[in-house]
Design a protein around this ligand. Structure first.
Ligand code: M6P
Ligand code: ZN
Length: 193
């Protein structure tokens, strides 16, 4: 675990994620995410040949700073699994804590929904910032031809709920339409959990 003396300043190259002295560096491959994609036949076909990296992120958790901030950078590689663009697993926060995303490069979408039934899918482009309230599950999707990279900031000690997403999915899917168009469609297998 990397520790920093507060206050501090960091210079980082968002593309050099593996070299960053983070608390955690996590790589998610297709085999980690097969349950999250709709097109199971396509997942099996790809996994038969290779296990591509879908995204990776580093995080610096300020675990001993109760009023501090944790932060990290996520890079989602370009591509799709069937019609669905590469995306993160997505999660709810199980303890109170909002989150802020700032796009560094590439283009994508932020899909969100609350248990009360509010559904929002927002654009993420360089220079745009998205605010995620505690009650909203959130997933990011790379809809472009390049790496999609964003900075995330959240309060420390937030626990993540992935189970609800695994069981019921997101209400909307971001998919490739005709002539590479980006389409937002209803998820036919979404269930309110
Ligand atoms: C962002 C933040 C992290 C999150 C990561 C990957 O960096 O929201 O908290 O862990 O994206 O997303 P997921 O945890 O859904 O795989
Ligand atoms: Zn989060």
């Amino acid at each position: 675990m990397t520790t920093f003396t507060l206050p501090f300043q960091l210079d980082f190259d968002p593309h050099a994620l593996g070299e960053f002295p983070a608390s955690k560096t996590i790589i998610r491959r297709l085999s980690d995410m097969s349950a999250y994609y709709q097109d199971k036949a396509k997942v099996a076909e790809i996994l038969n040949a290779e296990d591509p990296t879908i995204y990776r992120f580093w995080e610096i958790e300020q675990e001993n700073a109760p009023r501090g901030l944790s932060f990290g950078v996520t890079c989602i590689y370009a591509g799709s699994i069937g019609r669905e663009f590469h995306m993160t697993k997505g999660h709810f926060h199980t303890s109170p804590g909002d989150e802020l995303y700032i796009t560094l490069s590439g283009r994508g979408k932020l899909a969100m929904f609350s248990r009360e039934g509010d559904v929002k899918t927002l654009d993420m482009l360089p220079g745009s910032m998205c605010y995620i309230p505690t009650a909203y599950a959130h997933r990011t999707i790379n809809t472009g031809a390049d790496e999609f990279i964003f900075l995330a900031v959240w309060p420390p000690s937030i626990a993540h709920d992935y189970e609800t997403i695994l069981k019921g999915g997101f209400p909307q899917l971001v998919v490739k339409g005709e002539q590479e168009a980006v389409q937002i469609i209803e998820n036919p297998s979404h269930q309110r959990v």
